[in-house]
Design a protein around this ligand. Structure first.
Ligand SMILES: CC(C)(COP(=O)(O)OP(=O)(O)OC[C@H]1O[C@@H](n2cnc3c(N)ncnc32)[C@H](O)[C@@H]1OP(=O)(O)O)[C@@H](O)C(=O)NCCC(=O)NCCS
Length: 145
């Protein structure tokens, strides 16, 4: 196991972590093309599913996140990010290992991840983890407001 992993605490996020998570995402997450994050959004997620948002914490700072959404049918992985100073040392791999354990325990039979076409780093991570793109699908979206 990478030495850095011994130095981190991996745990589900709590409501009181929201501000630190938002600050971390502003610095480390990759996607600009999404609705703005705010504390209420994080709180809604954590109150709905107390184990959906896993974080890696070093002393007092959040250095990694992964959301594993499970609705009883599909398992979605998103908001994977690791602090730039700690990349390449297995932190994302450990976040995914924990999320996968949880999702399989809950009954998931397939996992999916949202990965931007231009995100080579993200694609490399997910490919190494055994994921592959589904070229026959595109994501269709519209605002819910
Ligand atoms: C993608 C990201 C989460 C990876 O986090 P990480 O903790 O550095 O990843 P890990 O150390 O667990 O690496 C696991 C595997 O990912 C791949 N990988 C990680 N960094 C890589 C790099 N710089 N170049 C190529 N492949 C890389 C490798 O296959 C690696 O396996 P290996 O160590 O056996 O070579 C991190 O780079 C990040 O936060 N990037 C910005 C946000 C982002 O793009 N998130 C992904 C959204 S889809």
């Amino acid at each position: 196991m990478s030495a850095i992993l011994d130095d981190l605490v991996f745990r589900p996020a709590r409501v009181e972590d929201a501000a630190r998570i938002l600050a971390f995402w502003a610095e480390a997450a990759e996607n600009e093309a999404r609705p703005a994050d705010d504390a209420a959004t994080v709180e809604t997620l954590v109150l709905r599913d107390a184990t959906a948002l896993d974080i890696a914490v070093q002393q007092d700072r959040v250095v990694g996140t992964l959301i594993s959404g499970w609705d009883g049918w599909r398992a979605h992985l998103y908001r994977l990010a690791v602090h730039p100073e700690l990349r390449g040392r297995g932190v994302a791999g450990e976040l995914l290992r924990r999320a996968e354990d949880r999702l399989v325990r809950l009954g998931a039979r397939r996992l999916d991840a949202m990965v931007l076409e231009q995100n080579g780093l993200g694609q490399s991570f997910w490919a190494t983890a055994g994921f592959s793109p589904q070229h026959e699908w595109r994501r269709w979206v519209r605002s819910a407001e």
